[in-house]
Design a protein around this ligand. Structure first.
Ligand SMILES: [Zn+2]
Length: 172
């Protein structure tokens, strides 16, 4: 049971890292680098463009999975970024991101259920009930009769997603 949860967390983390920091981010994160490193060091070692590395690191930084300090390099005299990956904050970050996602989904449910929509069968437009009334329930583009949009199925799906996230959050 414990092992199962751990794998789940790892998968979710990888999914999160891949989504925000792309493939390069996933590679960096999976390296399990202990301690500080510079982006050009990593670029040389991995043979990945430094801009790609930086982009991924800043994306990880944005969600709190990486930190940096800027220091002058003693040899070159240039300012360098010294990075560190925050593996110890991974679960905390994952929690926060999942909570954000759940909140967005709940807002989506709220939006879908608080407004009645009508839709053109030819997919020209999706309008609120009031707008549909103004158009006499006719599509202003193609003239077809607007259909009531039943979003209960979509809402059910979103609700299920929220439930799943809540369960994961409980297990973290
Ligand atoms: Zn239409």
């Amino acid at each position: 049971m414990k092992a199962e949860t751990t794998t789940g967390v790892e998968e979710l983390l990888n999914e999160l890292v891949g989504r925000v920091a792309g493939e390069v981010g996933l590679i960096l994160f999976s390296l399990g680098i202990e301690g500080e490193f510079t982006d050009d060091q990593l670029s040389l070692e991995l043979g990945i463009e430094i801009n790609e590395i930086r982009k991924a690191l800043f994306a990880l930084y944005e969600i709190g999975l990486a930190d940096y300090v800027r220091r002058r390099d003693d040899e070159t005299g240039w300012m360098e970024y010294y990075w560190r990956i925050n593996y110890n904050k991974a679960v905390e970050v994952l929690k926060r991101e999942l909570e954000k996602t759940a909140k967005k989904l709940r807002e989506k449910i709220e939006a879908e259920t608080s407004t009645i929509y009508y839709i053109c069968p030819n997919m020209c437009i999706k309008v609120s009930y009031n707008d549909a009334m103004e158009f006499n329930f006719e599509c202003p583009r193609c003239g077809a009769m607007l259909d009531y949009l039943d979003c209960s199925k979509a809402v059910e799906k979103i609700e299920e997603e929220v439930r799943k996230i809540e369960e994961i959050l409980k297990s973290l």
